[in-house]
Design a protein around this ligand. Structure first.
Ligand code: PRX
Length: 644
């Protein structure tokens, strides 16, 4: 059993919850009287235009989930307006631009005018309640303004990570039938410039639904603009009023759609709604990061993913926090970038992904050693299991053994964190997400679909009963929502992860049980990468598996059958990687491509991924039974050509 790390006394002293008994009691109560618990929190955390009479109405037999459904409120009012009296001059957003020294402070009052102007701009373009707006922006303040402006007028935003290709962006625009796309002329990430507007031009080429493309000027380079369709935001905003009354919305009106990969088919547009989502993100932000009024809270995720939605924008702003928005990369201009920023801003909570920690660990301790890192109290991790080595490095060299590490487990579907230490009470174990938060009842299910009641025990991780932050549906396809998450294990939400509960009751997340990969914390489906490879005319069939990767956590290994004779293997491999870059985006490009003459298949034609996974990761001793293969000779050939 691994070592336990006690709660550092200075963290415990100021913590909102600082006794284990208090956590246990509240936890028990939250499960026993779930609706009462959340009704109380909803009235504490949110400002309602109309109070609700029914707390929840959820039925996992149909995948119907509703919270506070007759209540009414506005999310942007909760994130901005209600803070103006007491926090008008408080920084809401501290923006750190790509270049060192490029920065901006946006107070709550300034945030209010900017968001109102963005909201009026959208209204002037014909956007109204329920319309979808795609946001394809780098991590600049305009990204937060756009999200909150949509929330203000009841439009539904869908942020697309600015590393996605034209095809991926186009698919999302098409799927949600977006009326407006907001982009920038270019994006800057470290030394790279990304031609966002021209990617967007390609994506909207056939998009009938798009009436306007709004372009934020991020660089001074020349930009092609199509007259009648493309507009510079600065020109539209010049005439937009800085006052805009928030639209009163029903608790269950959609707030945003966020596309995420699954094991099959195209990425799903998961829908989150207003009140439950905002409550859950605000609540978890407060307790997991032990948030206090004067904290400087910094999550270095991208708003293109759920972490940025919940823990850069909505959760922190609902709590009236100062939240940092970081545009650059961890190693630009040097690997001290985060640590310099933490000292300069006095960051108290810092939230990142294991992949970034591993990348920085490789650069050596000399980088964090240059800085005091004294202001830090809470260090967060999210997106993939954190290995013990990276955990200890984070704990010792960033946290100087005086911070609590919160290894937070959650998903796009869950809206917010479900399993995590609480800084003032939980003794941590490196690599364990520890215990469920209030209102969350995790269950392990064995291979026969039965609940594992033993401790220790392991199985597929499910959650019994609903919580307010849960996703409500897949946009335009409720059957898919039900089939993916609720059909197999009646009465449970199926997470797709495997987990173990150790003899002390700690949860250890062991990774996905389906064909979903967490590559550098980015979620990708193997089927999605395979269908991208299908676009390469050199390939007739491909099978993709995940392999352990030192920095990325999981790397991508593609086995491809060529459509014709290949003259240069290197060129062909490059071609495959490049196709994936173009179809999905650079972050999805395979690490290894191996051309093979056949794939291991069962007699019924099913690819045996188990075998491919073992070969790709070099686990050749235990290939297991290959006698059921249609052609077992292919295995030998694949093994001999393995890439490393
Ligand atoms: O496999 C789990 C992993 O990330 C998946 C969810 O990915 P996504 O929807 O992109 O959301 C990522 C940010 C919340 C999960 O199914 N995951 C997330 N956090 C952890 C994790 N695996 C282990 N430990 C974590 N702390």
């Amino acid at each position: 059993m691994s070592e336990r790390f006690p709660v550092p006394p200075r963290i415990q002293e100021r913590a909102l919850i600082n006794r284990w008994e208090e956590y246990s009691r509240l936890y028990r109560e939250s499960l026993e009287n779930r609706d009462d618990f959340w009704a109380t929190q909803a009235r504490l955390f949110l400002t309602w235009d109309r109070d609700f009479s029914q707390t929840s109405s959820c039925d996992y037999r149909t995948g119907t989930i509703e919270w506070f459904s007759d209540g009414q409120l506005n999310v942007s009012k909760n994130c901005i307006d209600r803070h103006l009296v007491s926090r008008g001059e408080k920084p809401a957003i501290l923006w750190e631009g790509n270049e060192l020294g490029e920065r901006k402070t946006i107070t709550y009052r300034e945030l209010h005018s900017e968001v109102c102007r963005f909201a009026n701009m959208l209204t002037n373009l014909g956007v109204s309640k329920g319309d979808r707006v795609i946001i394809y922006l780098p991590m600049i303040p305009e990204l937060a303004y756009s999200m909150l402006a949509c929330a203000r007028i009841g439009a539904v935003h869908s942020v697309v990570f600015a590393g996605f290709s034209a095809e991926s962006l186009g698919n999302r625009i098409e799927d949600c039938q977006a009326k407006v796309v907001i982009t920038a002329n270019e994006g800057l990430r470290g030394p790279k410039t990304i031609p966002l507007k021209s990617i967007c031009d390609e994506a909207v080429l056939d998009a009938q639904s798009v009436k306007a493309v709004v372009v934020v000027r991020r660089t001074s380079n020349r930009t092609e603009m199509k007259s009648g369709r493309d507009f510079w935001s600065e020109e539209l905003l010049a005439t937009a009023s800085p006052e805009c009354a928030p639209v009163v919305l029903d608790a269950e009106d959609p707030l945003f759609i966020l596309y995420t990969s699954g094991s099959t088919g195209k990425p799903k547009g998961l829908v989150h709604t207003q009140a439950g989502y905002l409550l859950y993100t605000a609540f978890t932000h407060k307790f997991v990061f032990d948030y206090h009024e004067d904290d400087i809270y910094c999550c270095v995720a991208d708003c293109g993913w759920i972490t940025g939605h919940s823990y850069i924008v909505y959760g922190p702003l609902a709590n009236g926090a100062t939240t940092v928005m970081f545009e650059s990369t961890p190693t630009y201009p040097d690997p001290g970038r985060y640590w310099e920023m933490i000292d300069r801003l006095g960051v108290t909570s810092f939230y990142t992904a294991p992949t970034a920690i591993r990348a920085l660990e490789k650069e050596g301790e000399i980088w964090p050693e240059k800085y005091s890192l004294e202001s830090l109290r809470i260090l967060g991790s999210v997106g993939e299991p954190i290995n013990e080595d990276a955990w200890l490095w984070y704990y010792n060299h960033v946290g100087h053994r005086r911070c609590t590490i919160v290894d937070t487990w959650w998903q796009t579907e869950t809206g917010g964190i479900l399993i995590s230490p609480l800084p003032g009470v939980t003794e941590t174990k490196p690599g364990s997400a520890t215990f469920p938060l209030f209102g969350i009842d995790p269950v392990l299910i064995d291979d026969n679909g039965k609940e594992v009641s033993t401790t220790p025990g392991k199985g597929r991780l499910c959650i019994r009963d609903s919580w307010p932050g849960q996703s409500r549906t897949v946009f335009g396809d409720h059957d898919r929502f039900f089939d993916t998450y609720f059909r197999e294990i009646p009465g449970m939400y199926l997470t797709g992860d495997a987990a173990e509960r150790d003899s002390d009751g700690y949860f250890w997340i062991r990774g996905r049980v389906d064909d979903v990969l967490n590559v550098s914390g980015h979620r990708l489906g193997t089927a999605e990468i395979e269908s991208a490879i299908d676009h390469c005319e050199l390939v007739v069939e491909a099978a993709v598996v995940g392999i352990p990767h030192e920095v990325k956590g999981t790397g991508i290994y593609a086995f491809c059958i060529a459509s014709r004779e290949i003259r240069s293997v290197e060129e062909a491999e490059f071609e495959v990687k490049n196709t994936v870059r173009k179809v999905i985006g650079p972050f999805a490009a395979p690490d290894h491509v191996q051309f093979v003459t056949g794939l291991p298949k069962t007699r019924s034609g099913k690819i045996m991924r188990r075998i491919l996974r073992k070969i790709a990761s070099g686990d050749l001793e235990s290939l297991g039974d290959i006698s059921t293969l249609a052609d077992s000779a292919v295995v030998e050939e694949i093994v001999s050509g393995r890439k490393r």
